[in-house]
Design a protein around this ligand. Sequence first.
Ligand code: AMP
Length: 493
Amino acid sequence: METETIQIALKPEKNSCSHKFKKLGISEHVLKAIEEEKFETPSEIQEKSIPHVLEGKDVIARASTGSGKTLAFGSVIFQDVKKDFGIQALILTPTRELAEQNYKALNKFSKHKPLNIIPVYGGVSLNPQIEDMESAEVVVGTPGRILDHLARHTIDLFHLKILVLDEADRMLDMGFRDDVEKIIHQCPKKRQTLLFSATMSEDIVRLAQKYMNNPVEVSAEQYVDPAKLTQIYFDVEDNLKFSLLNHLLTKEDAKLVMVFCNTRRNVDFVANNLKANNLDVLPIHGGFSQDKRNKIMDRFHSQTAKILVCTDVAARGLDIKGVSHVYNYDIPADPKEYVHRIGRTARAGEEGKVINIVTSRDYENFSNIVDKGEIQIKNEQTPLIERARLGWMPERRGGRFSRGAGNSRFGRDRGSRGGFGGRGRSSSSHYSSSGRPSRTGSFNNPRSRDRDTGGSRGESREKSWGGNRNRDRSRNRSHGHSGGRSFGRNRRY
Ligand code: AMP
């Protein structure tokens, strides 16, 4: 059985003070850092897990992004890891961004007793990592690159005491199971294993049974405050999809905004055309170099640009404060992904709004989300909108697409086609000549070659998508006219 957690906020308690962290057993030097961070009270997952973690027990913690889990596993790392005794803690994360984020957070918490913490992920040169490995005590890395180092004998796990599997569900979803298991086999048997996961599936339970020693299970209370999170959807014609997004981004009063697309190509399409409509946006997906991805995330964190157009992979697990709006330009094929997306907003007591732009090609995915009946998404009337101009179109190059194609670069909104040409194009077009998505369309299809798997060329392990390979429920279907479809049992969600 699978359960899902939407733990969106670090629920603050009234009259809290820092001695609450002390009561959990956290070391003095970490308490000092916590005080400087101005944390007042432990988050729920910290409160529930840290005492067990500090006792050296294996712990399975159901906790999602933003729950405060880094301090939860960091507490024992800061307590038990000694300087100059080799690599004693390894944290495996599904994405490079999450590795980088954990690395920064751990450095912050350990600043009064610094440890050598290093991030190790693909897409950047191996040699500096090999050099850093010599003096590292804590490694935060993605499975593919850690395996590379193991194969080259440039990482030594002989002294490892603590293994953390962060966002374990995501690691399995991304097809890292074999890599994770290979890495675990290279760790000493006598170790503490901590597993953090937003969702608990049978796969996670199997992994835990196989590799954990009598684990204690803790879970942060499911916490959704309906008063803080508004979810709406617009049901529009395909050819208005982009224009509606453009209209809403211009009209809605927002702090930080995340626009989710299912493919890299749609991220490029949406971001470039929003720019053509004078919006300052940042695109991010797994096709960019790691250096570029890091720079974009730094810009978004510092709020120099306020709209991030992203794939799930690039944005997953990141803690970004102040996201007031989440747009689903494409509806995700996996309802779990929807839960992860909406968890990016309405955090820490803030208001949040989720806006789904649904067209006929999204019907199947959207039905999968609302048919569960657990999520309330209200249908909104589509406002009167002007067609946005399209200044950027991908063009075919050697059978694929490159900049500058299209019979008309401006004017008609072809946003929903992600730039796949217009009516009556060749048979490789993903849309039928009627302008409706064909049954072989693959915009939302996880098997699509354009699906973002996070890695870059030559880094096959980070590119695999094993967990989703058997899932093909996102095949697009034409459902007749759009704009009039009701979703779910009660028709209002
Ligand atoms: P994490 O889930 O570890 O990525 O943490 C999410 C965010 O919450 C980070 O910005 C942390 O610095 C912050 N945070 C962690 N623990 C607490 C706490 N007890 N009180 C307030 N903020 C916290």
